[in-house]
Design a protein. Sequence first.
Length: 421
Amino acid sequence: MSDILNELNKSANLALNSKSTQESMKHLAKAFALFSKETTRLENANVRLLNRFNKINYQLERVENEMRNKISDLDATELYLNNILKNISQGILYIDLTGVVTTYSEKAQNILEIDEKTLLFNKYLDNFRDDFFGFSIKNALNFAMFPKTSYITIKTKNLKKIIKITTSLVSASSKTHRGIMLLLKDVTDLQKLQTQANRNDRLSQIGQITTSIAHEIKNPLSSIRGFASLLYNDLENSKPLQDLVTYILDATKALERVTNNVLAYTREVVLDIESIDVSSMIKDIVKSIEIDESFSENVKINLSLANSSYFIPADKDLLKSAILNLIINAYQAMDDRGYLSISIIKNISSISINISDTGEGIEKKDLDNIFTPFFTTKQRGNGLGLPQAYKIISAHSGILEVRSILNKGTTFTITLPNVRK
């Protein structure tokens, strides 16, 4: 470029200093020719540059569109994966090789009841002890030593939970994404259902055995009572001997009452379903108890019932019998002194009736047996009250649960559905 300018400048000077017009025109023509040539070259260079610019601009637009599409695909994939994490039935906890929690799903938060901000992208050991999940996380990360499946019981703010943990090693990825993945599943309700099913099977077997025994006892018992009655009449003139026979008759009557109770327990519960107001029914039960002279004034009854009615489909007489059985059991546990509390909680699809006492409580070893026929810790009692209540509640598709603390008291919870299926 500078050479052309020098040539142009030189030609212009020569034209100005020429001695003749002809010589001056010659130098100007040469300068014009150089100028035209350079102008053409610059125009061609400009065209080439413009073409190159358009080509690069097109390529950039294509790359930009590809990037936009990839970002859109990544956003869709992220949304898809987040929806899977959100709706999967198990909670997911992912810990990378450095021990940092990099994934903590919403379901896992609900199970552990620990806020996302507390756990996510923080060190695992900052919030848990090493063996919190039933095995050493350090050993799992460093040596891949862990059980495939484990179970733990945790105590959250609300209740105790039984958690099933399925653990797997993630290694087929870049080093920054390696670690262990824990799938958490709350199996508390499943465990309760399993316990209830086992109890129902056990009660069914006991029912079959006791029915057979009761029938075997009842037949000879009737003969004993019949012959004892005849003997009583024959000994009319011998009062001392007749009194001895009276003991036999009283004993047979007592045995008959027991066998009749056993047979009544083993019979199938037939429900006469109607819509009943549980709140009103409990109030009637409490009134009948309070006017009973045998009920101690030192036992105070606390009712926590809403003013509104609670209607559910149930057999009024049988449900009343079951609730009365539980109230009597609570009263007897307090030795004529304490507080008996009854409350109703309305849930979305059911209601819960809580019956609590401040008695001596039930020992842990006895809790699994209290609904078993003939099991009792009382000096007087046949051990059929609570099993009968359990049987009635189960017939209503309900659940009867118990919680107890020694020397503090016991709470029985009846959960009944709002709609009968």
